[in-house]
Design a protein around this ligand. Structure first.
Ligand code: ADP
Length: 361
């Protein structure tokens, strides 16, 4: 059981490429924290520095209050689960799970007990005598998890563990890892580029871009109050719609006018009077697909052309445009996929996000 503290850490490769830039975060004991961001943003490097697989160029990392910068990986009391499982092909599942304990000279009786306990938790007892080549992708990943569990580490580290699985299995394993976290009650740090994994699994999410932390928050807070346009666009599927244009302050809010005057929206905001807008500012509004109402009878509704309709069953995705400004609407209203006429839309103006020079106001 352990808290993890990452203080001002940076990683510089080849003397000049800074791929992790002054990263700070704290993970409480028993917390499940997800590092998320696009490929190449420095998530794995950060995790590998915690694991001791990469040297820390600058900064400090503490596990359970102990500075671990100069402590060997094997002494950090952590276990890492990788994307490629890293199972030994010539060993059985039992032997794979027992391997780390054998190296640590754990007694035979203890090994047998711990392997069976982990196999029971993961429901893989019937696979203990099989070799990895006789396992499915999901079963291999369970064995990799089992190998981590038997060591009873202070902290579990996961590096994109589900990337090799198909969509359905990824969904199942996501749930299993979350359940495992609840059952074991241990600190877990999980790296993924997949915002759905981050949203569904994390107690707390660290969003990274270009080696820099953009925002740290609980999933729903990130979704509702993104600090900047990058986080707003990265979290949520389909992605948030963005429109650029002009903004004028009115009583108790703003009047947004889209770049080519296609439409205007009143955005209520009690901080409007205190916001300083310069003519040079780049202005963007962000609207989530579920915050645009289709077939709206609102008097302020706007006509939109239908480019495509995707029917998902419980809801439909409408790919629309207003005078070429493309956007997506998610709605439980189902319209005929082949309609050719315009639809009317209105914006749930209370939930509109406002960005000036990339930052949310
Ligand atoms: P992520 O996990 O977010 O996809 P990584 O942490 O793996 O990103 O990589 C961050 C950046 O560091 C990338 O641009 C990658 O090319 C670079 N990088 C990773 N490992 C090395 C290395 N050993 N030498 C030089 N650059 C590296």
């Amino acid at each position: 059981m352990a808290a993890v503290e990452v203080k001002n850490i940076s990683k510089i490769y080849d003397g000049n490429t800074k791929v992790v830039d002054n990263v700070n975060f704290e993970i409480k004991d028993k917390e499940f924290v997800v590092l998320v961001g696009p490929s190449g943003c420095g998530k794995s490097t950060t995790l590998r520095m915690i694991a001791g697989l990469e040297e820390i160029t600058e900064g400090e990392i503490y596990i359970a209050g102990e500075l671990i910068n100069n402590i060997a990986p094997s002494k950090r009391d952590i276990a890492m689960v990788f994307q490629n499982y890293a199972l030994y092909p010539h060993m059985t599942v039992f032997e794979n799970m027992a391997f780390g304990l054998k190296i640590k000279k754990t007694s035979k009786a203890d090994i047998i007990e711990r392997v069976h306990e982990a196999a029971n938790i993961l429901e893989i007892e019937q696979l203990l005598n099989r070799k990895p080549k006789a396992l499915s992708g999901g079963q291999k990943q369970r064995v990799a998890l089992g190998r981590a569990i038997v060591r009873k580490p202070k902290v579990f580290l996961f590096d994109e563990p589900l990337s090799n699985l198909d969509a359905k299995l990824r969904g199942q394993m996501r749930i299993e890892i979350s359940k495992l976290h609840k059952k074991l009650g241990v600190t877990m740090i999980y790296v993924t580029h997949d915002q759905t994994e981050a949203m569904t699994m994390g107690d707390k999410i660290v969003v990274m871009k270009d080696g820099v932390v953009q925002q740290i928050d609980e999933p729903i807070k990130l979704y509702k109050n993104p600090k900047n346009k990058f986080v707003a666009g990265f979290i949520g599927s389909p992605t948030m719609n963005f429109f650029t244009g002009k903004l004028n302050v009115e009583n108790n809010g703003f009047r947004f006018t889209c770049a080519n005057n296609e439409f205007t929206i009143f955005i209520p905001n009690n901080r409007a009077e205190t916001v300083n807008i310069n003519n040079t500012d780049s202005l963007t509004i962000g609207v989530r697909p579920e915050d645009i109402i289709i077939n709206s009878s609102d008097s302020a509704s706007i006509k939109a052309n239908v480019d495509l309709i995707e029917t998902l069953g419980s809801e439909s995705l409408y790919h629309l445009n207003i005078a070429g400004q493309k956007f997506i609407v998610k709605s439980t209203v189902h319209l005929d996929k082949n309609i050719t006429n315009d639809v009317k839309v209105s914006f749930n103006s209370k939930n509109i996000h406002l960005f000036i020079n990339e930052s949310a106001i």
